[in-house]
Design a binder for this molecule. Structure first.
Ligand SMILES: [Zn+2]
Length: 405
């Protein structure tokens, strides 16, 4: 069976290009990016899958009043296997990011071009490489009338690029899709060797910090309170927490420490001779999992209290984003099985790693499901002339198929 399955995948270059071309031709942009969501793309994909023999497809629509269809679609295609107790899930997202500056593209971003073993177009890597790999892994069984050892579930979600509210978050809140022993792979990140299996991410917290002083003429500074000066001191104190408080190291991550970085700065007064009474900046905190977000918030507040006392200002925090994610244990079955498959297909010793944060894996882990983010990819996502190597689409499909054999 294995030889038949692998041969089918290796001989599927035309089909891979066909499906990539179809998907790229239907831009699926979030309303935040000026688009109408994923419905047209989901319909095109479902039609293509049905025409290719995938019969069991269920659509789960998240309501979203901002798009014309009022719908953000999610799809699950099921290929029944002999064992249904620990299914193989491959989760990919339908949405893409905008093309960006068009003049930086050598070809039409929405029309696939194939050159030197590579497919070019917006979305061909992020996330259609993984999507198409998962589809051809499944077709390798279906088209040849073979029943995989374990049930294969292909999950195509909406809204990954802008927060997953209408995608995996909606599904976790409204459906009971996953079982505890399922193997869940998210091919939406990885390196060119396929050697990194992402199992954890740092806790993340974004703060907007507003400092209120008293505006006055710069010739009479004592009549006011300079919010910019106070906020600047706070900027340094917050950054210094990296060294004074959050001293732990965890080699799973790169960098291996908690990072606290003041980032965005809003403009204050438009002229030079006014002491600013208001200051606004933002902080990006990536916290090692051993520290709860609440602890980072408490430390930030302590620093702000000291600034308030010293400068006679008022400092308020607004949480822009906060997410705590459990890790998938490095010895979880999904990690071991994937390592074995990667070794077999690519001859590479993959290792478990942690990243700075921001993948959909966090939502699944938080809900109690072990999942990994893995693919062999060149990381051209979101760039002009985004591309995917056809040999990676094939190789990743072989890896997925071998997990279902
Ligand atoms: Zn992606």
């Amino acid at each position: 069976m294995k030889e038949k399955v692998f041969t089918f995948i290796r001989e599927s270059v035309d089909g891979i290009v066909e499906l990539e071309s179809l998907l790229t031709s239907v831009p699926a942009l979030a309303p935040e990016s000026g688009g109408q969501g994923e419905l047209d793309k989901a319909i095109a994909l479902e039609k293509w899958l049905r025409a290719n023999g995938v019969g069991d497809i269920v659509r789960m629509d998240a309501p979203d009043g901002r798009v014309a269809s009022k719908i953000r679609p999610n799809l699950v295609a099921t290929i029944p296997g002999k064992d249904d107790s620990a299914r193989l899930w491959v989760m990919t997202h339908l949405d893409v990011v905008p093309e960006g500056e068009r003049s930086n593209w050598k070809s039409d971003p929405w029309k696939v071009v194939v050159k030197d073993g590579r497919i070019y177009g917006r979305g061909v890597e992020d996330n259609q490489q993984g999507l198409v790999s998962s589809v051809f892994a499944a077709l390798a069984f279906l088209k040849q009338g073979l029943v995989p050892a374990r049930t294969i579930k292909l999950l195509f979600v909406a809204d990954e690029e802008v927060g997953s509210k209408f995608g995996i978050q909606y599904l976790l809140a409204n459906y009971d899709l996953f079982k505890k022993d399922d193997i869940i792979i998210i091919p939406d990140g990885g390196n060119a060797q396929g050697s990194e299996i992402e199992v954890a991410e740092k806790n993340i917290c974004w703060l907007k910090v507003t400092t209120k002083g008293v505006q006055t003429h710069a010739a009479m500074p004592d009549k006011g309170v300079n919010a910019f000066v106070a906020a600047s001191d706070l900027v340094l104190r917050l950054h210094a927490l990296e060294k004074s408080v959050f001293t732990a190291r965890d080699s799973l991550f790169e960098p291996d420490r908690t990072t606290i970085n003041p980032t965005k700065k809003e403009a204050n007064v438009p002229n030079v001779n006014t002491i600013p009474g208001d200051d606004v900046f933002c902080v990006d905190m990536r916290i090692l999992p051993q520290y709860p977000v609440a602890m980072a918030m408490a430390e930030a507040r302590k620093a702000a209290d000291a600034i308030e006392a010293q400068y006679k200002v008022k400092v308020t925090f607004e949480v822009l984003q906060s997410n705590e994610s459990k890790a998938t244990p490095a010895d979880a079955p999904v990690v071991g099985k994937l390592k074995q498959a990667v070794k077999e297909i690519y001859g590479v010793e993959a290792k478990a790693i942690g990243i700075g944060g921001g993948t959909v894996g966090a939502y699944l882990r938080k809900a109690g499901y072990d999942c990994v983010v893995w693919a062999r990819m060149e990381e051209t996502a979101h760039q002009p002339n985004e591309s995917a190597l056809i040999e990676n689409v094939i190789g990743d499909a072989l890896v997925f198929a071998s997990l279902a054999l």
